[in-house]
Design a protein around this ligand. Structure first.
Ligand code: AMP
Ligand code: GLY
Length: 430
C-alpha cells in the first residue's frame, strides 16, 4: 500500500511512525512533513491550501490511500475532491468537516439530535447586540467566534469587561476574519475535560483510548492557550460508568445521526467533552485527530494501523479490533520559548539520539528541519517526547527523563503534564 499523509506536525509524525510498522505499507510520502518525518517518509513540499494540487499529487504518486492530519484541507473539501476522483482518503466530507469548521453548525447538530452540550444564550452578528446580551448575564460565560480560528476563537470570560473586550476583537478589530462574523455566547460548564476520539468508516465506528491534553502554556494551567503542551492516556482515566455514559448519551447518538444522513461520516471524529456533575457534555467537535493527543494514543496502539486504515477506506471496519498496550502513555511537548507568541527558530537540537535510545520512549517531531544528521527547530511546537509504561507515574517519569536529555536554545516545556492525574491515582492507591 502506497500511503500519502497530509500535514507536518507531531500528530503526522506519530501516524507515520506507526504506519512504517504496518505489514501493508510499502512506501510513505508526507506533505509537507518535517525533519523527523523525513526519517520515515519522503517529504514533498506542497501548499495544503490547494486541494486540487494535493489530489493531482496523489494521482501522480499513484498512492493507494491518503490520510489527512489537519482540519483546514478537510474544511476546504479535500475528501470530496478525492472521492470525486476515486482516490481513497481517510477524512470526512466538507459537509461534516463543518462540525469543526462552524461552531454554530455543531451546536445546531447537537441540539437537533438531543446530545448534551452547553446551553446557548444567543448568536449575534453585531457588537451592539452581543454587548446588550452580555450586560444581562451572570459570569463566567463562554464566547465563541463561529469559524476556524486556530484555537484562538474561544474565551471563557470571568467578567463583563473581559467579554466586552473580546466582542471588540471579534467585530471591531476583525481579528478572526471570516470566523468573526457571528458570535455564539453560551453557558460555562464546570468539570474535567476529556478527548474522546472515534474512527468511522461511514457505517461502523471504533473508539480510541481516551486522552487528556493540556492547552495552557505554563504550569498550573496558566498563561495563554496553545495548540497543546502535552497529553496523556492511561487505563482508568475515567471510570467504567462515565465511559458508559459517554458512549450512551454522546457518542452513540452522534454516530447514529451521522449514519442516518445521506452522506456518511468517514474518518476520525474528536469529541471534546466536559465531564460535568450532570454527565458528559460536548464542548466541541474536531473532524480529525488531536495534536498532541495522537502522540499519546499512537504510543499505546498494539495493532496494524495500515490495516485499520485500509478497512476504513473499504468500509469494512467491523473486521478490525483495536488492541491497546495496557498502562499509560505521556507526551510532553517541547516548544520554542515565547510560543504561542513570538519565538525564534533555527536552533540546533542536541540529545535526540540519547532520548530516543531510552526504552519505551519515542520522540515525535512537530517543528524541526533536518540538515544531514543535524536537526534544527523550525516552529513553535518542536518535539513531543512520548513515553509508554505500566503506570501513569512511571510513564510520566520516563517522559521527563527523556526531556532532560534534549537541549536547544530557549526551550520551554511544562513540568506538570499528567501530574494532577498521577496525584489522584496515588491517593486512590493509599
Ligand atoms: P473549543 O474550541 O470549543 O473546544 O474551546 C476551547 C476550550 O475552551 C475548551 O477546550 C474548553 O477548555 C473551553 N470551553 C469551551 N466551551 C466551554 C464551555 N461551554 N464551558 C467551559 N469551557 C469551555
Ligand atoms: N489538542 C487539541 C486539538 O488538537 O485540537
Amino acid at each position: 500500500m502506497r500511503v500519502l499523509v497530509i500535514g507536518g506536525g507531531g500528530r503526522e509524525h506519530a501516524l507515520i511512525w506507526k504506519l512504517c510498522q504496518s505489514r501493508l505499507a510499502t512506501k510513505i510520502w508526507c506533505v509537507p512533513g518535517n525533519g523527523g518525518i523525513s526519517q520515515h517518509a519522503e517529504c514533498v513540499p506542497a501548499d495544503l491550501g490547494d486541494i486540487h494540487a494535493l489530489a493531482d499529487l496523489a494521482e501522480n504518486l499513484r498512492v493507494d490511500l491518503t490520510v489527512v492530519g489537519p482540519e483546514q484541507p478537510l474544511v476546504d473539501g479535500i475528501a470530496d475532491e478525492f472521492n470525486h476522483r476515486n482516490l481513497r482518503i481517510i477524512g470526512p466530507s466538507k459537509k461534516w468537516a463543518r462540525l469543526e469548521g462552524s461552531k454554530l453548525f455543531a451546536k445546531e447538530f447537537l441540539d437537533h439530535h438531543g446530545i448534551p452540550t452547553a446551553r446557548v444564550y444567543g448568536v449575534f452578528a453585531s457588537a451592539q447586540d452581543a454587548t446588550e446580551k452580555l450586560e444581562n448575564l451572570r459570569y463566567p460565560v463562554v464566547l465563541k467566534a463561529d469559524g476556524l480560528c486556530g484555537g484562538k476563537g474561544v474565551l471563557v470570560a470571568k467578567s463583563y469587561g473581559e467579554a466586552a473586550e473580546f466582542v471588540d476583537r471579534v467585530f471591531k478589530k476583525g481579528e478572526f476574519g471570516e470566523g468573526g462574523q457571528r458570535l455564539l455566547i453560551e453557558e460555562a460548564l464546570n468539570g474535567e475535560e476529556l478527548s474522546f476520539i472515534v474512527l468511522s468508516d461511514g457505517h461502523d465506528f471504533l473508539s480510541l483510548v481516551p486522552t487528556r491534553d493540556h492547552k495552557r502554556a505554563f504550569d498550573g494551567d496558566l498563561g495563554p492557550n496553545t495548540g497543546g503542551m502535552g497529553a496523556y492516556s492511561c487505563d482508568g482515566i475515567i471510570s467504567g460508568s462515565i465511559e458508559a455514559q459517554i458512549r450512551k448519551r454522546v457518542v452513540e447518538p452522534t454516530m447514529a445521526a451521522l449514519r442516518s444522513d445521506v452522506s456518511a461520516y468517514s474518518g476520525f471524529l474528536y469529541f471534546g467533552l466536559m465531564l460535568t456533575s450532570a454527565g458528559p457534555k460536548v464542548l466541541e467537535f474536531n473532524c480529525r485527530l488531536g495534536d498532541p493527543e495522537t502522540q499519546a494514543i499512537v504510543a499505546r496502539m498494539n495493532f496494524d494501523l495500515g490495516e485499520v486504515f485500509a478497512a476504513v477506506a473499504d468500509g469494512k471496519l467491523t473486521s478490525q479490533r483495536l488492541n491497546w498496550y495496557p498502562g499509560a502513555s505521556v507526551c510532553v511537548v517541547m516548544t520554542s520559548g515565547g510560543y504561542p507568541g513570538k519565538y525564534a527558530i533555527g536552533k540546533e537540537i542536541h540529545g535526540l539520539e540519547e532520548a530516543a535510545a531510552m526504552t519505551g520512549v519515542t520522540v515525535f517531531h512537530a517543528g524541526t528541519k533536518r540538515e544531514g544528521p543535524i536537526y534544527y527547530t523550525s516552529s513553535g511546537r518542536v518535539l513531543g517526547v512520548t513515553a509508554l509504561d505500566e503506570t501513569l507515574d512511571a510513564a510520566r517519569r520516563r517522559a521527563y527523563d527523556a526531556v532532560q536529555l534534549i537541549r536547544f536554545s530557549n526551550c520551554h516545556y511544562r513540568s506538570d503534564i499528567a501530574l494532577a492525574a498521577c496525584r489522584v491515582a496515588n491517593i486512590g492507591e493509599d
